[in-house]
Design a binder for this molecule. Structure first.
Ligand SMILES: Cc1ncc(COP(=O)(O)O)c(C=O)c1O
Length: 328
């Protein structure tokens, strides 16, 4: 299958900027560039805009009339999926798992504005949540609807292909400025962005190493999910492509007390980047990834003087969910 033959709708403002962060670079002793996927534009931006260009186009090709997906209470994925569904005239139903906050704020507020139909389960078990999504879609079919199910995080082959293409976009930006980074840092959640970028690095023959910072799942679970997604994506577009296990690099040391719970290191990293560069990170995703980068430099795992691309995947609305996170 050729990527160019896949249905796609335009959602993201592309290419996203690749910014130099000179003051942060000086502070860390490592040259840091930032790939600004927080600026994909649509529905307040973030990494999901790229994935949804393919996923929502596929839903339309399958003549769906409602999108079903799921995530945590402050899911950027639910917000952006619902906005993309609305843009093309579809309904959206979302399973929200875990604890519901007392206040409707951040992404939950935006979900409300978009009119997402929310089904809540206090159960935090993601495997069960994925099963519940299938049950919700089956119920809708019984009612004569045509649901299109997007798994949590939009981490499917189509989602990965969007990030394979994003690597091509970044490579053109780097080539135009004659920059050859050593490493990329990315946030690893449901693993599709990580798997897509890794597949892209292989596809384009790049030697940059990709470091994923897990924000919730254990290391081995991330590694298995990434390996499976890379394999499925390769089977789809380039069967000869493969990654070695040692090319799947995931650190799960920066999660703290759990998914979506801020850590002191993430709080410090968010303030440091805001105060040095005027750029916002968030406490659920990119703040923990920046905390990981800072720690790995301090531990000598990332050599001083090297060049790193930090892939900013968005998540800014989540900043407003719990201001108390930043009062400590
Ligand atoms: C802001 C942000 N960054 C990173 C991620 C992780 O992406 P993925 O689920 O593809 O691993 C997410 C997922 O929801 C996100 O919202």
């Amino acid at each position: 299958m050729k990527i160019a033959d896949l249905p796609r709708i335009p959602l993201a403002q592309l290419p996203t900027p690749l910014d130099e962060l000179p003051r942060l670079s000086e502070d860390l002793g490592v040259r840091v560039l930032m790939k600004r996927d927080d600026l994909t534009g649509f529905a307040l931006g973030g990494n999901k805009a790229r994935k949804l260009e393919f996923l929502i186009a596929d839903a339309l090709a399958q003549r769906a009339d409602i999108i079903v997906t799921g995530g945590g209470a402050q899911s950027n994925h639910i917000r952006m999926t619902a906005a993309a569904a609305r843009k093309v005239g579809l309904d959206a139903r979302a399973l929200v798992f875990g604890e519901m906050p007392a206040e409707v704020n951040g992404n939950l507020l935006l979900d409300d504005l978009l009119g997402v139909e929310i089904i809540h389960t206090p159960n935090d078990d993601r495997v069960r949540a994925e099963q519940m999504l299938i049950e919700i879609a089956d119920d809708l079919k019984q009612q004569g609807r045509r649901p299109y199910l997007i798994p949590i995080g939009g981490s499917t082959v189509l989602g990965c292909i969007s990030y394979l293409l994003a690597v091509g976009e970044m490579r053109e930006q780097l080539a135009a400025r004659a920059i050859s980074p050593d490493h990329i840092f990315i946030t690893t959640g449901s693993c599709g962005t990580h798997a897509g970028v890794l597949t892209g690095l292989k596809y384009y023959g790049s030697t940059m190493s990709l470091y994923g910072i897990s924000v919730g799942r254990p290391k081995s679970e991330c590694e298995d999910r990434i390996a499976t997604l890379v394999k499925k994506t390769a089977d789809f577009i380039a069967p000869a492509l493969s990654v070695r296990p040692n090319e799947i690099i995931v650190y799960a040391d920066y999660i703290g007390r759990g998914y979506a719970l801020i850590t002191p290191e993430a709080r410090a990293a968010i303030k440091r980047v805001a105060r040095l560069e005027g750029i916002f990170l968030d406490q659920v995703y990119t703040g923990k990834t920046m905390a990981g980068l800072i720690d790995l430099i301090a531990r000598g795992k990332i050599a001083r003087g090297s060049t790193v691309v930090f892939w900013h995947t968005g998540g800014i609305p989540g900043l407003f969910a719990n201001p108390a996170d930043f009062h400590a």
